[in-house]
Design a protein around this ligand. Structure first.
Ligand code: BEZ
Ligand code: MG
Length: 565
């Protein structure tokens, strides 16, 4: 390796370390009725202050600092993927100013910032006043009181559902979460952000494959689209090359086609699988998505610039099908049903060949939500052959991630959906799709492959002492959380094979082979230790991981010593 290669290698490692270091993670579980602790509060406030908040007349602190330091384009700085001294300097000033705020309040933090970085007090004060308001609400906590009131059948004040960073107005907690008006989705902001995200997504696919995907499969969830005012929906519309249009009552019920000259790329074909919750909450949005696909399919455009039209006409020419069938792209469960069950099949180890997982996904999700040739709404008609066919053209699968609290290994739902559909595509397209996730938790738009995201989540959470010690401070439940992460990681192996073997080795070393750690976990929760060990052995049995004999023997001994713990 010459000096330049070495330096470039060191730089890449450094950038990855910064990425892990800066990732916001929950460092413990929420205890019902207990307000946030100071450290957690400071982290949250720093994150809140990193976004522009026009609704509160506040600009992002990093932006104010960059401008005051004479850095001309903060927005292009944000889009840079590499770490830089400038970014680090800005981050450290943001961190210190939030610490000043936590100790001395708004005025003192604004003064400090004006001395340290020349930021005018009247510009930073709105940010700190917003933080003061949030900090106060984080200190008050009505959860227990509200629970008692609800048990008595009394009125509970409603409040929006989101996470604090997405929408600080969710505070105080302990209110009755209400959703959104489905007609308001997607919001203007969601569509603006979606353009950046989908451009980055398509750029990434193009760079890796030299062309755009023939078709893509998207997963849309209800709660996520509530939290982001429809970012996932907006991304789907933008990939199709259309924008939402509001009617006289300000409802997003229409779409407008973005001309190809403006779009400057082909319109993507999408297979959208929506959760049961999305279907229940967003009926008008389901209709909007269906309408968008139909409109695009009917455009008189060159086939190489309109993949929906190309795929629809190939389908009709191929098997003589009708337009209304060939254009079905919005799928969900049968009415009244929820979920894919892929997670249950994985957790209970009830599958032999991995195709069974993708087939189960399609069995559960092959209900089309569309229209017939007379324009009548069809709400959940079984359409397995249509879904099979649509998936057979898919080359990339994708889901928008919008919360730092719930990541892809925290719950089993990400692998049941994104993993499940990717597995279904693999059999039907006879090739593994590229699998991407966005990261809309930070002000910059990031697209990562699934394998990259699993590595990052593993390093930032599962194997990070800050994360697991935070969990272990909750006793037996903490061990169960660690075991959950391992099981969900295993779920990604089962559905996508995107988990590096070293991840299982490091999990074994960290939690089972280290005797002090093993004793702690065993003391707190032998049941979860047993499940975790069995899961690692199953990962070996199924060929996801090939550990040294020594590790394997140790795992087998643990199971022997913990019979039916
Ligand atoms: C949803 O919000 O749509 C959802 C929530 C949990 C699991 C799956 C989907
Ligand atoms: Mg669960």
């Amino acid at each position: 390796m010459n000096h330049n290669d070495r330096d470039a290698g060191v730089m890449r490692i450094y950038e990855q370390l910064v990425e892990i270091e800066q990732r916001l993670i929950p460092t413990g579980l929420h205890v019902f009725g207990r307000p946030a602790e100071l450290k957690e509060k400071a982290d949250l406030l720093r994150m809140v202050a990193s976004f522009d908040r026009p609704e509160f007349g506040a600009l992002a602190l990093p932006r104010l600092i960059a401008e005051a330091l004479g850095i001309n384009s903060y927005d292009s700085l944000l889009q840079e993927t590499s770490a830089s001294e400038t970014k680090e300097l800005i981050d450290s000033i943001v961190g210190e100013s939030v610490r000043q705020f936590c100790h001395g309040g708004s005025d003192s933090a604004a003064k400090w910032l004006s001395t340290r970085a020349n930021v005018e007090v009247q510009k930073s004060l709105p940010v700190f006043l917003l933080l003061a308001n949030i900090a106060e609400q984080l200190d008050s906590n009505h959860e227990i009181d509200s629970l008692l009131r609800s048990l008595r059948g009394e009125y509970i004040e409603p409040g929006p559902g989101a996470d604090i960073v997405q929408n600080p107005q969710v505070l105080p907690t302990g209110r009755n979460t209400h959703a959104v008006n489905p007609y308001s989705v997607p919001s203007h902001l969601a569509f603006t952000r979606a353009k950046l995200t989908t451009d980055a997504l398509l750029r990434r696919h193009f760079e890796e494959h030299g062309r755009y995907p023939r078709a893509m499969a998207l997963v849309l969830w209800g709660l996520d689209n509530i939290k982001t005012q429809g970012e996932g929906v907006a991304q789907a519309l933008h990939l199709l090359g259309v924008r939402p249009v509001r009617d006289g009552l300000n409802r997003a019920t229409e779409i407008e086609v973005i001309p190809l000259e403006e779009l400057k790329r082909p319109r993507m074909d999408l297979v959208m699988t929506v959760s049961g919750i999305f279907r229940d909450l967003f009926a008008p949005t389901m209709a909007l998505l269906d309408k968008a696909v139909r409109r695009v399919a009917a455009l008189d455009e060159p086939l190489d610039m309109n993949y929906v039209r190309r795929n629809v006409s190939e389908k009709i020419d191929g098997d003589g099908g009708v337009f209304d069938d060939a254009v079905a792209r919005v799928f969900s469960n049968a009415p009244g049903n929820y979920g894919t069950n892929v997670n249950f099949m994985v957790m209970e180890s009830q599958w032999e060949t991995s195709d069974a997982l993708g087939d189960l996904f399609v069995t559960r999700k092959c209900f089309a939500y569309t229209r017939d040739s007379k324009g009548q709404t069809i709400e959940g008609r079984e359409a397995r052959a249509l879904m099979d066919h649509a998936l057979s053209r898919v080359e990339a699968t994708y889901q928008n991630i919008d919360s730092f609290e719930v990541g892809i290994t925290d719950v089993d739902h990400y692998f049941e959906y994104l993993g499940g559909i990717s597995k279904a595509v693999e059999k039907r397209a006879q090739a593994r799709p590229a699998i991407y996730l966005s990261d809309s938790l930070s002000p910059q738009t990031r697209i990562r492959s699934l394998a990259e995201t699993i590595r990052l989540e593993t390093r930032a959470k599962t194997l990070n002492p800050k994360w697991y010690e935070g969990m272990l401070s909750h006793g037996f439940r903490g061990v169960a959380e660690i075991e959950n992460h391992v099981a969900n990681t295993f779920g990604w192996s089962a559905t996508t094979d995107a988990v590096d073997p070293w991840i299982y080795t490091d999990i074994a070393k960290t939690f089972l082979l280290d005797s002090i750690m093993f004793d702690r976990l065993h003391e707190l929760n032998p049941y979860s230790v047993r499940s975790l060990t069995k899961r690692l052995l199953e990962a070996h049995d199924r060929g996801y991981w090939n550990p040294d004999e020594e590790i394997l023997e140790k795992l087998l001994n643990i199971i022997e010593d913990l019979p039916g713990a």
